[in-house]
Design a protein around this ligand. Structure first.
Ligand SMILES: [Zn+2]
Length: 171
């Protein structure tokens, strides 16, 4: 997204926009549009010092991250051998059921989240697909609650609707 009129949202300490301006600003994104996006996260201003020391700050080089991404892609290629897809994101509802196994406690947690966030079926499947990838990064076959929790965090569309005072009504 482009910045808000003053440029500082979501930093509410610095942002001088009125609630109405923020509502209008966030209202540019409709709920049906947000619902189609897999991962949504807020990024904060990067201090100059951490740009020049980026490797020290995160402890990983781009080459190391690349290696990790490639190994996760390899897991997915193996998983979908013989299917007509290559990536977790491409799974159909039927494939989600087949490949996104969760334990019973996690199943219950998912059901709660489904209610709490008043998720769409699409949103529910997106969370499972993203959680599948997070579990793949840890080389886990069964998706655990912490993987779902992280995936839920990346779909903060309900938080955005909270800030805007009801994006869902703007359909
Ligand atoms: Zn602002």
């Amino acid at each position: 997204m482009n910045p808000c009129p003053c440029g500082y949202y979501p930093d509410r300490l610095k942002c001088t926009c009125t609630p109405l301006q923020i509502k209008k600003y966030l209202g540019k994104l409709s709920y049906p549009l947000l619902d189609r996006i897999d991962i949504i996260t807020q990024v904060h201003t990067v201090e100059y010092g951490s740009i020049i020391n980026i490797k020290n700050r995160y402890g990983e080089s781009s080459a190391q991250i690349r290696k990790r991404v490639e190994s996760v892609l390899h897991i997915q290629e193996k998983r979908f051998k013989g299917e007509n897809i290559y990536r977790n994101a491409d799974m159909s509802a039927k494939q989600v059921k087949k490949y996104c196994k969760v334990d019973s406690a996690t199943k219950e947690y998912l059901a709660q989240m489904y209610e709490k966030m008043s998720m769409s079926a699409r949103g529910y499947h997106k969370i499972l697909k993203v959680a599948r990838t997070i579990a793949d990064i840890e080389c886990k076959e069964i998706i655990e609650q912490k993987h779902i929790e992280e995936a839920v965090m990346y779909r903060c569309t309900d938080r955005l609707s909270f800030f805007s005072g009801g994006l869902k009504d703007d359909n």
